[in-house]
Structure formats: C-alpha cells, structure tokens
Write a protein that binds this ligand. Structure first.
Ligand code: F6P
Length: 547
C-alpha cells in the first residue's frame, strides 16, 4: 500500500471509524502495560496519553503521516532560519530567542544569536536597575508598579507567565496588564496607582495597534495631568517594539526602547523583549531559566523520535480527533491556579496559527483544521461546564495540566486538586455502566421503580479522552518547557494540515471596518456599501456617543 499523504489520510479516517466502536475501558483491561507504554517525559514534564481513543496501529499511521508530510524537513527549515512564513516572507525563529549564546542561527547569512543576547543584556541592565531601586521615578522614588500595555501576543504570554510565577516577585513590586481598550480597565487601574512610582511598558510589535496606542496615549495624558512634565516621561514610559520610528513618534526615547525582530511572531514573542514585564517581575536569572526550559523542549522536539516526542504526540493525537472523530473543540483545563491564564494564551497560539482553510500553496485545505480551543481552571470548570464533557453529545478532547508540587504544598488543598484532576480524567474515560449505576442505587436503598426511572440519567458512556500533563512543579524552567511544547504542537499540526501557522490575515478585515465605523461616528456618513443592520447599529451607537 502506498504511503502518500492522501492514502494515509484516508486510512486514518478508516482507523478512526474502527476505534469509534472500541471502549477505553476494554483497552485498559486488555493491556496492563498501556499506561506505561503510552507516556513520555522530557524537560520536567510528564505526559500520560494513554486515556486517548487510540492504539498502536493508529499511532503508527499518524507517525507515517508525519513522515509523509515531511515533518522532519519542516522542523529543520524552521530551526534553520528559512523563510517558512511564506505569505509574509519571514523566517520563524522564536527558538533563537532561547538558544545559548554560542549557538549559530542564521537568517540570510547573518547570525542572529549575538543580537538576541545583546538585547537580553539590555533588558537585564534595565530590570536590575528597576528591581534594585536604582531606577528612580521623577520624584526620586523607586518603582512599585509596572503596567504592561499591549494586546494579543504583546499581552497574553507575559500575563500568563507573570501570573504563574507571581511567588517569585519581590515584595513591593506589582505587575499589571492592560489590553482592553475599554476605558473601564485603564481607568480602574489608574485610580489605584501613584504616578511617582509607576512604570509603563508599552508593548507592541508593530507599534500601530489601535487599542495599545490609545491606552498608551491615555496613560501618558493621565501621567502629565498630575504634575509631571514631558521631561519626566523617560523615567516612566519604556517601549517594546520592532518599530523604532513609531516609538520615537509616540514620544518615547529610543534609548528606552527594547527591540526584537520581524522573525518573531507576536504570539511567539514572550521570549523576546516582549517578556520585559516578566523579567522585571521575576528577575533576569529566573527569566533565563524560563528560556532554558523552552530551549530544553526545543532540543527534545528536534531530537526525540516521534513516539517519545511530547509536542509531536500531542499534535498527532489532536489531528486524530479533529480529522478522525470530527471533534470541533479542544479543552485546556489547568489544575494549578498559577496556570489559569493558560487557556487564553493557547487560544491565541493555536487559533490564530491554525485557524486557516487555505494551504501554503493557496489551495483549499479540504479537511478540518484547528479546533476551537477553550477552557478554564479545571477545578472551577468541574462545577460549571464539565457536565457537558461527561454526558453531553459532543466529543471534547481535553488536556489536563497539573503540578505535582505546589509552591507550599498546602494540605489538604493540594491533595484535593490532584485527586480531582486524576479522578476527572478517570471518570471521563471509564464512565459508569448501567450495572454499576444500578448497584449504586441499590446500595443507596432506592426502591426498584425509582431505580428504573433514574437509571438512564445516571449512566455515563465514558470513552472521553484526556491527556494528562504533569509538571514536577511550576517553575520558570518547567513553564518555559510547557509553553514551548505547545508552540511546537501547533507547528506540527500546521505542517500536517499544510497551512502557514505564522500569518493572521483573517484579523485584518475587522480592523479595517472598525476604522470606517469609527469615522462614521464622527461624520454621520455611513460607510459605503454598509448593510442595513450595520447602519442601524452605527446610528444607535453614534446617538449614544454624542449624547
Ligand atoms: O490583530 C492581531 C495581532 O496582530 C496579533 O497577531 C498580535 O499579537 C496582536 O495583534 C498585537 O500586535 P502588536 O504587538 O503589533 O501590537
């Protein structure tokens, strides 16, 4: 039988339809070695993928599909600095941001690693000054509050990492994030801040994002309203961007700008100067640990065979559900309070990367691609939406992410978290048969007619898949490895679907239309060609805005 991708895709669908009739309960019963065989570990992470509706044959097929899609060549091309972001003609080298100083990674013959490390040194010097109190605000006081103004990739990564590693922040230094242009967020925060001790980090790769620049202008106006002058701005506003000209036009001294490069995609940028807020909060040494963890995962991804390769396994299993089982969504459930922002971060990483239906060659993909990624804290979710996971009509594959050790291992809190994480994965997989449900109700002393009435409601089909990802503990190193693992997972899926995971043309139309609508609020002239619903809504909004 031929091993062309087309043949493998069709065999994959057949294999999935065969698996649809198999229950995980039976697979575990028949194979005592399943859990041990279907697990892998690297860089402080442990993956148990045994509770997936998959067998060795299906995995072999997926590995063959990875080979037929030239995954190896695609990995080499990315790490080698080739311009794999074809529509923007850019290299994709977030991996260079976490490479050691003696690495040699070239874009058009130029080794980018010294540039990366020079910028890391620049960030380090600044962060040390702010953290030690040597950097003074305009009244001579030390900085106590850092406000990251950015959105999308200039917000979600730093926000997640700062939240996860908050225990490493020195006392007296707080980090805040402003993304939404709704003034409720900025004004609410500014009310709590002192101009003399606040540092704004205006973070935007393009330095043209309307929400970020509007928030930054309002923050600057607030700062100047309270007594400081233009000359004081340099002590309280720094910028992170690839666009030095726009930073300077905004009024931020280029000496206070931290740069990065067009080969760093926004959603892959937390490892660059976009991570300045992270470094300010956790310190340069811990930031380098974060990079080291990501680099360890990069090395694992490049060198481990597919059968032991965490990102590859997660990616292939994800493709299995999307294309073999028609799963439309994928849930992320962190069982660690520090990781509660993980679903939001992964939504951008995954959905902005693989929310595509055109191949790299401009043809229709012809099959489903990136799923809807969603989720929330696992423990909270259990009391909100897990009912649908257990007994709803949709198949929702899920990743549960937990840490074996919590910062202080407070008991019984941590016991309860881990027990629930493991139990939910077990319940989703096992379900509850009619016999089990009946026996339970008999034990509860229910009369036969009540048992008959309740029985259909108390049966769970089970066979609901989960991956369990365990961190030894939530540290800069394991967090770096975890996020890099997901970056590579998304990359692998993009290779299999043959889409460019590094552009995002789909977000542009809404931005263009919003500019036209905003103009209509002023002029009262409806945008040319606007439909009746849009015109009516513009009129309603305009009336409210001009009241
Ligand atoms: O509009 C989407 C997007 O371009 C994301 O890809 C990006 O992370 C975000 O906006 C913010 O962009 P910037 O960092 O240029 O402000």
């Amino acid at each position: 039988m031929s091993d062309s991708p087309a043949d493998l895709w069709s065999r994959l669908r057949q294999a999935a339809s065969h698996q649809a009739g198999v229950h995980l309960r039976d697979q575990f019963a028949a194979d005592p070695g399943r859990a041990e065989r279907m697990s892998a570990r690297s860089a402080g992470l442990f993956l148990d993928y045994s509770k997936n509706r998959i067998d060795d044959d299906a995995l072999g097929l997926l590995f063959a599909l990875a080979d037929a899609s030239d995954l190896r060549g695609a990995i080499d091309a990315m790490f080698g600095g080739e311009r794999i972001n074809s529509t923007e003609h850019r290299a994709v080298l977030h991996t260079a941001l976490r490479a050691p100083a003696d690495a040699d990674i070239r874009v058009d013959g130029h080794n980018v690693v010294p540039d990366v490390h020079a910028e890391l040194t620049h960030m380090t010097e600044f962060a040390e000054q702010v953290r030690s109190g040597a950097w003074r605000g305009h009244t001579g006081e030390a900085i106590t509050d850092i406000v990251n103004i950015g959105i999308g990739g200039s917000d979600l990564g730093p926000r997640l990492v700062c939240d996860a590693l908050r225990p490493l922040a020195p006392t007296g230094l707080r980090t805040h994030f402003v993304a939404n242009v709704d003034a409720g967020r900025l004004n609410g925060l500014l009310r709590q801040l002192d101009r003399a001790t606040t540092l704004f980090v205006v973070c935007s790769k393009s330095f043209s994002t309307q929400e970020t620049l509007t928030n930054a202008r309002s923050a600057r106006a607030w700062f100047l309203r309270g007594g400081p002058t233009e000359a004081d701005i340099g002590r309280h506003f720094v910028a992170v961007s690839t666009n030095a000209e726009a930073v300077s036009d905004f009024g931020i001294d280029p000496a206070n700008m931290f740069g990065f490069w067009d080969w760093v995609g926004g959603r892959y940028s937390l490892w660059s100067a976009v991570g300045l807020s992270i470094m300010l909060q956790i310190g340069p040494a811990a930031f380098r640990e974060l990079l080291a963890g990501a680099h360890a995962m990069d090395t694992h991804f490049r060198t481990a065979p597919w059968s032991e390769n965490l990102p590859v396994l997660l990616a292939l299993i994800g493709v299995w559900y999307v294309n073999g089982f028609g799963a439309a969504t994928h849930m992320i459930a962190p069982y660690d309070h520090g990781l509660r922002q993980l679903p939001s971060f992964l939504q951008q990483l995954d959905m902005e990367s693989n929310g595509k239906q055109t191949t790299r060659d401009g043809q229709p993909v012809g099959r489903a691609t990136g799923p809807v990624v969603w989720g929330n804290s696992g423990i909270n979710g259990q009391h909100a939406f897990y009912q649908l996971l257990h007994q709803g009509s949709q198949l929702v594959p899920a990743d549960f992410v937990a840490s074996l050790h919590s910062p202080d291992n407070t008991r019984p809190h941590h016991d309860i978290v881990l027990a629930n994480c493991i139990a939910q994965a077990q319940a989703l997989m096992m379900g509850r048969t009619a016999d089990e449900a009946r026996a339970e109700m008999v034990a509860e002393g229910l009369p036969p007619e009540r048992i008959a009435e309740l029985l259909p409601h108390r049966v769970f089909a089970g066979n609901r898949p989960t991956n369990l990802i365990l961190l030894d503990a939530l540290t800069p190193r394991t967090l770096g490895a975890l996020l890099a693992m997901y970056e590579h997972k998304v990359f692998v899926q993009g290779v299999l679907w043959h889409v460019n995971s590094f552009d995002q043309w789909g977000v542009e139309l809404g931005k263009q239309l919003a500019r036209r609508i905003e103009a209509a609020f002023e002029s009262g002239v409806m945008p040319a060609g606007a439909d009746s619903s849009t015109c009516r809504l513009i009129a309603l909004a305009r009336a409210a805005l001009h009241e």
